[in-house]
Design a protein around this ligand. Structure first.
Ligand code: ADP
Ligand code: MG
Length: 613
């Protein structure tokens, strides 16, 4: 008796998109189904290590593609791990993975995204691009029972018990009228060569009476000699394991020798993936032990900040039958990590000689990479050395810290930086005025992560790293221009202190502003205004902790005027309103929001009106 089960809403939505897509590159379904077959073989291979008494057939691992022109069907078979009833329901009938919602969103925004279907963990459903009915017959390697799953991709599927003489899965596609080409052997051979050449199991084309033909080379590329591998083979392999379509920005193939031997074939993509900031979803490096796939989620094999590095590490020196959990804590893994990271850094330093090309890497992955400055204590100086920044003098070019140091004047005491939301707002921060005046370069740091790594790297190659508000910089030349009277100014700043209680508890006179009347800062060592804003945005904090200091420019005509008006008496209200505008302007220059927009607008209009009459 067949049992009928409905698809979950998500699956229906997904199938709707897949079935109705006018996507022309329908052949990607084959890549997806072959990739699933290969995963199933990997799983079984791993499983048998731990459970020698599995009921698996002794036949060699393989994937067989059987086209049937007469009946218009195509069958993809594997003798891998297979599925039981629960697996069929949980893995094929429902989508448990979080990727689906994102896939749907992406498909809505970007019609060609079906290409990426495999990256979202919903590759199986691409079968419905070419088939109006799919039949799965499968038997799990630890069971005698076989099941049949049938669906036309609309509404639901049926499951029933059936017979199957060996473990594994046959997926039979009843091809749509416009997809009958997929029984053509020349076409099939072509697609397999293009997309599945690097599958580590033989992919066999079943030609019926004409026998069988192995299509791919089925050799783990990384085990081969570098000299024998072409650039195209590397690229194909990269695209195969990442399911990306770009060129690798970096290809690094190496053999580590010594007390611990391993081979690495690593890539850095040329584009950032959509999930760069969902680190828990990223799977970077596939770990193999002597060509047996172990896991692509071995924690600690790669530091988090290098999560964009893809590829394979294969070591014969790791114990094969160790559990995946144990592996994570293994000292050998830590040793491999340090070795791999050093190789990568060496290679990155090499690549950095071509600045223009290095910029491509930096723009795609720099934000993640910089996390290493605070995450990787041992290597932080090297991570910093490989990092790139915009500065007040670099224009649209990126610069390294080393190049910055080279440009520093003799009397410059530290590497200076300023943090904020974006370069435009930062550029108009009044605190930069003194630096501009003195010709001192300042790093413009606009990524949230910058607030954090700057705390963990107080010194770089012997030079202090300082936020500009901690610069203790003085514009030392006496300025030849009118200045507010000291006593009158004191009256004004005292008053401001009273008026702005809670918003700017201290009001101080500064020599460091040239263009602006005032600027906001915090006491040395306190959390910066920008960091507070970041935390507020992440609901980590509701009130300010750091006391704000309003710095007043005694040379500014507005400040001179206000101090005189107040001393002359009689117009305290006007001075108060004007001072409020000065404070709000200082906030805006910091990238902060005005605290009372309606009051601010009202007062501003008043002043504009006065100026116009
Ligand atoms: P993904 O491969 O990213 O997990 P798919 O949609 O391609 O997503 O496949 C969904 C799941 O269905 C797989 O994770 C696996 O559990 C199961 N599956 C698909 N094909 C096979 C197969 N040939 N053998 C065993 N399990 C399979
Ligand atoms: Mg898949």
């Amino acid at each position: 008796m067949a049992e009928k089960i409905e698809f979950k809403t998500e699956v229906n939505k997904l199938l709707n998109i897949v079935i109705n897509s006018l996507y022309s590159e329908k052949y990607i379904f084959l890549r997806e189904l072959i990739s699933n077959a290969s995963d199933a073989l990997d799983k079984l291979k791993y499983w048998t290590l731990a459970n020698p008494d599995l009921k698996r057939s002794p036949a060699p691992y393989r994937i067989v593609i059987t086209p049937d022109k007469d009946n218009g069907t195509l069958t993809i078979s594997d003798n891998g791990i297979g599925m039981n009833r629960d697996d069929l329901i949980n893995h094929i009938g429902t989508i448990a993975k979080s990727g689906t919602a994102e896939f749907l969103q992406n498909a809505k925004e970007n019609a060609s995204s079906i290409d990426l279907i495999g990256q979202f963990g919903v590759g199986f459903y691409s079968a419905f691009m070419v088939a109006d009915k799919v039949e799965i017959v499968t038997r799990r390697a630890d069971s005698d029972k076989a099941y049949k799953w049938v669906s036309d991709g609309v509404g639901g599927f049926e499951i029933s018990e059936t017979e199957k003489d060996c473990n594994g899965t046959d997926i039979k596609l009843f091809l749509k009228d416009d997809a009958k080409d997929f029984t053509d052997t020349i076409y099939l051979r072509n697609i397999i060569h293009t997309y599945s050449e690097h599958i580590d199991y033989p992919i066999i084309l079943n030609l019926g009476e004409a026998g069988e033909e192995t299509v791919n080379t089925a050799a783990a590329l990384w085990t081969r000699n570098k000299a024998e591998i072409t650039e195209k083979q590397y690229k194909d392999f990269y695209q195969h394991i990442t399911k990306n379509f770009d060129e690798p920005w970096l290809t690094l193939h190496f053999k580590a020798e010594g007390s611990l031997e391993y081979t690495g074939l690593l890539f850095i993509p040329s584009k950032a993936p959509y999930d760069l900031f969902q680190p828990d979803r990223m799977t970077g490096i596939k770990l193999y032990v002597n060509k047996v796939f172990i896991s692509d989620k071995v924690e600690g094999l790669m530091p988090m900040y290098l999560r964009f590095v893809k590829g394979v590490i294969d070591s014969a020196d790791l114990p094969l039958n160790i559990s995946r959990e144990m592996l994570q804590q293994s000292a050998l893994i830590a040793k491999i990590r340090q070795g791999v990271v050093s190789r990568l850094f060496k290679e990155l330093k090499n690549k950095a000689k071509d600045e223009e090309n290095y910029e491509k890497f930096w723009k795609a992955f720099g934000i993640a990479f910089k996390e290493g400055i605070y995450e990787d204590f041992t290597n932080r100086e090297e991570v910093a050395e490989l990092s790139r920044f915009y500065t007040t003098q670099s224009g649209d070019k990126l610069t390294s810290l080393d190049a910055y140091i080279e440009r520093m004047g003799k009397e410059q005491k530290a590497i200076y930086y300023i943090t904020g939301d974006d370069a435009k707002t930062l550029a108009c921060n009044p605190q930069l005025e003194a630096f501009a005046e003195k010709g001192i370069e300042v790093l413009l740091l606009t990524d949230p992560i910058d607030e954090f790594w700057t705390q963990t790297l107080p010194v770089y190659k012997g030079h202090d790293l300082k936020h500009i508000s901690q610069a203790e910089l003085k514009l030392d030349t006496k300025r030849d221009m009118p200045k507010a009277d000291e006593a009158k100014l004191k009256v004004l700043t005292d008053k401001m202190g009273e008026w702005f209680k809670g918003e700017a508890g201290k009001v101080e006179v500064t020599e460091n502003l040239t263009k602006s009347p005032a600027s906001l800062t915090v006491e040395n060592g306190q959390m910066s205004i920008h960091l507070e804003r970041l935390m507020r945005n992440h609901q980590q904090k509701t009130a300010f902790d750091s006391e704000r200091i309003l710095l007043i420019n005694p040379y500014h005509p507005l400040v001179i005027k206000l101090s005189e008006m107040l001393a002359d008496g009689g117009c305290e209200e006007t001075v108060k309103d004007a001072s409020m505008l000065v404070l709000e302007q200082a906030k805006i220059a910091e990238g902060e929001a005005v605290s009372n927009p309606s009051l601010f607008n009202e007062k501003l209009s008043d002043f504009i009106l006065k100026a116009c009459v």
